[in-house]
Design a protein around this ligand. Structure first.
Ligand code: PLP
Length: 496
């Protein structure tokens, strides 16, 4: 049986999961959803005995069933082989009464690797099964983490190229070095003179440029996106909810069938939505706790029913959660309304035109059966980093600390609780060191890394410490207006 997807805003056009993954976003601006979600449950007793790879194969073949078993198996084997530094892929670590699910053991030390090691493989396979034999160029604007994870995921993947734009001077030294030292014959990286929003807007213009699309089509190249709204990024994230549960059963902390709560540091709502998908597939999920930083649009929404993005954007120490429009929420709205595309489309119109929409009380009640919320300020986040180090001897990054701070406020009542840990602390060495009470004003990122290692005896991951000596391969810095030409040149060079 094939899995069919259609837009959250209209059910008129159905596509296969392969097409949904190649296209990314539906032509009407909606996100791809499947009405088959939840029709087939995974067999829990069977799942809890399996390892990460086997669980990933089950999840993928359920949600993307037009991939053959062989295709799924080869994607899983490639994505989660020796590029993760533990065979568990996403190990659980105890912290107080609770658990941290470490999602940062991949090549770029952030949770996005779990999906971005998989997406290129899913795209490559999908591309081979269409008639189109040309290349796919992924174009991404990044505020720091996504760009590197996309580069690392797509580097040297057959039939794909990847172009990343970052705002020059506005990412950390380590983030910049992670990108400009990227190896691979099919990668292109440029800083732009402007902000992340400028880069993002210009990338959207590039996707909408029909003339460019036509010139590229003549060379057999299409543009695509590795953004977190792609189904191919969402589905791989479902795996670690099941796997965390399996680890708890294997370790004797729960019996198969017991409910578990998950607390998720949230930005674009992709990670926590994957938890909702896991629940639809039969995982006994109690509460999904949506943890936000000071950009607490989602906390306000879950509490009041009104989603209001008309507020100042705050730059925090958990930058990957600095988001005012959480795109993946649209998918949840679709499922909460029982698949009412018209209502979803009208809320999304209100959001883009007025900046605000309100859900009726009955739907909010339904949402609150599964979702609860909370937020942490930078000061609370810093204190959580400090107390977790002092009380537990565990070093956590600011995003994880937002989740832990929110979780710690909720009284423990005996049910097991897992907080998703989304980045290695050394990715944010300066903020972590400062949270531990050190003056960082005279140190660069590597100085902070050294000081943090000395202080804690926890070693920095090799991928990050080795950046100090890595060769810079991408020196381009361009104007916004030059981005389109940069993409076209990269396509010519890579797909010649
Ligand atoms: C992207 C990111 C998040 C937010 O995840 P969403 O799926 O966007 O909600 C949290 N923490 C880190 C470190 C991230 O990179």
């Amino acid at each position: 049986m094939k899995t069919f997807y259609h837009s959250t805003r209209s059910a008129d056009e159905a596509v296969t999961s392969k097409q949904a993954i190649l296209t990314g976003i539906a032509p009407d601006g909606g996100l791809y959803v499947s009405d088959q979600l939840g029709e087939k449950k995974l067999d829990l007793a069977d799942i809890v005995a399996k390892n990460y790879h086997a669980i990933a194969r089950d999840v993928l073949s359920t949600l993307l069933s037009d991939y053959t078993d062989e295709e799924v198996a080869s994607c899983v084997a490639g994505a989660y082989a020796d590029n993760f530094d533990t065979s568990l892929v996403t190990p659980l670590a105890p912290v107080g009464n609770d658990w941290l699910l470490e999602l940062w053991h991949g090549p770029t030390c952030a949770f996005k690797d779990v999906a971005l090691q998989m997406l290129p493989r899913l795209m490559s396979v999908a591309r081979k099964s269409t008639d189109d034999k040309g290349g796919v160029m992924i174009v991404t604007a990044t505020s720091g983490d996504t760009g590197k994870a996309a580069l690392e995921g797509f580097a040297d993947v057959d039939g794909c190229g990847v172009t990343v734009f970052y705002p020059a001077g506005k990412v950390s030294d380590i983030q910049r070095l992670q990108m400009v030292t990227q190896k691979g014959a099919n990668v292109a990286v440029a800083g732009i003179r402007g902000t992340f929003d400028d880069a993002q807007t210009q990338v959207k213009n590039i996707f909408a440029d029909r003339e460019l699309a036509k010139r590229l089509a003549d060379k057999g190249v299409v543009l695509s996106s590795a953004n977190s709204i792609n189904v191919g990024r969402l589905v791989p994230q479902v795996t670690y909810y099941f796997d965390a549960y399996a680890q708890l059963v294997k370790g004797g902390s729960i019996a198969c069938g017991d409910a578990v709560d998950f607390c998720v540091p949230t930005g674009n709502f992709g990670d926590v939505l994957a938890g909702y998908f896991a629940k639809q597939l039969g995982l006994p999920v109690g509460q999904l706790i949506v943890a936000s930083n000071t950009n607490k649009v989602l906390t306000d929404f879950i509490q009041t029913g009104t989603y209001d993005r008309r507020r100042d954007f705050v730059k925090t120490i958990s930058p990957s959660m600095d988001i005012l429009v959480s795109s993946n929420l649209e998918r949840l709205l679709y499922y909460l309304t029982g698949g009412d595309c018209e209502r979803v489309a009208s809320w999304m119109r209100d959001l883009s035109e007025k900046g605000v929409y309100t859900l009726p009380a009955d739907l909010m009640d339904k949402m609150r059966e599964t979702f609860s919320c909370g937020y942490a300020t930078d000061i609370e986040t810093g204190s959580t980093i400090a107390s977790t180090w002092e009380d537990e001897g565990m070093l956590i990054d600011p995003h994880t600390a937002v989740g832990k701070c929110v979780l710690d406020r909720i009284p423990f009542e005996g049910r097991q609780r897992v907080c998703l840990s989304t980045a290695n602390p050394y990715k944010f060495s300066a903020d972590v060191l400062e949270a531990l009470g050190h003056d960082v004003s005279s140190l660069d990122d590597f100085g902070c890394m050294d000081a943090l290692q000395q202080l804690t005896d926890v070693s920095a991951p090799l991928q990050l410490s080795a950046l100090r000596k890595a060769e810079v391969r991408h020196e381009s810095v361009c104007e916004k207006a030059e981005m389109s030409a940069f993409v076209e040149d990269a396509c010519t060079r890579i797909f010649a």
